[in-house]
Design a protein. Structure first.
Length: 211
């Protein structure tokens, strides 16, 4: 019996010892969404949904596939991986999303050259809607932006690099924005898909806090 099964059993026993209203209140609180943890990103992508770089330089494609897998669009992500790859710009990624008829928000070109406008509203939209943004970051590279987090009372960007998928990268927000816009082209694209529902309360955590 695991921790969740044990907690559920305790909850069931508790419901048998109280009246109907008390039991209803207990179950409602047990299943209500978890209060967000500001130290964890809104798009808290688990390891099985992370995508490695492939075909010797398909980083922007891989980062966008993370966004799709997070939104339970694994079939499209698999087809994308088999069909599209290699070096890409934000424009190229937008064309592939058009191919799959998936709407998106994206940064725009500043004019001549490869640089984009580094519009923070694209990242804020991803954060507010618990979506993943594929962004240009690091030299000739693209990674996944998972949202803003608080670490030791400092606001940071939470990033997932498709070349290092074992853990997240945290960069102080203003430092991240400066480099994103001025060093790494300022590109970003967010597939407009439905994120997974918020996590429920952990049963043991709930029961400990109620005791």
């Amino acid at each position: 019996m695991d921790r969740r099964q044990a907690a559920a059993g305790i909850l069931l026993l508790g419901c048998c010892l109280v009246d109907r209203k008390q039991a209803t209140d207990l179950v409602v609180q047990y299943f209500r969404p978890q209060t967000p943890d500001p130290s964890r990103p809104p798009a808290d992508v688990p390891f099985p949904l992370r995508v490695k770089n492939y075909w010797g330089g398909s980083c922007y494609h891989a980062s966008t596939q993370v966004a799709l897998r997070w939104a339970d669009q694994g079939a499209i992500a698999d087809n994308w991986r088999q069909s599209f790859g290699r070096a890409a710009s934000t424009w190229d990624i937008a064309e592939v999303l058009d191919h799959y008829k998936i709407p998106y928000k994206r940064t725009q070109h500043r004019g001549y050259g490869a640089k984009e406008n580094g519009d923070i509203r694209v990242l804020n939209y991803a954060h507010d809607h618990r979506l993943v943004a594929a962004i240009t970051y690091f030299s000739n590279h693209a990674i996944s932006f998972l949202g803003w987090v608080q670490k030791d009372n400092v606001e940071m960007a939470c990033l997932l690099d498709n070349n290092r998928i074992n853990g997240f990268i945290f960069v102080e927000k203003q430092k991240f924005l400066w480099h994103w816009r001025n060093t790494y082209s300022g590109g970003a694209i967010v597939p407009l898909v439905d994120p997974p529902p918020p996590k429920p309360y952990d049963p043991l955590d709930f029961l400990v806090r109620r005791s």
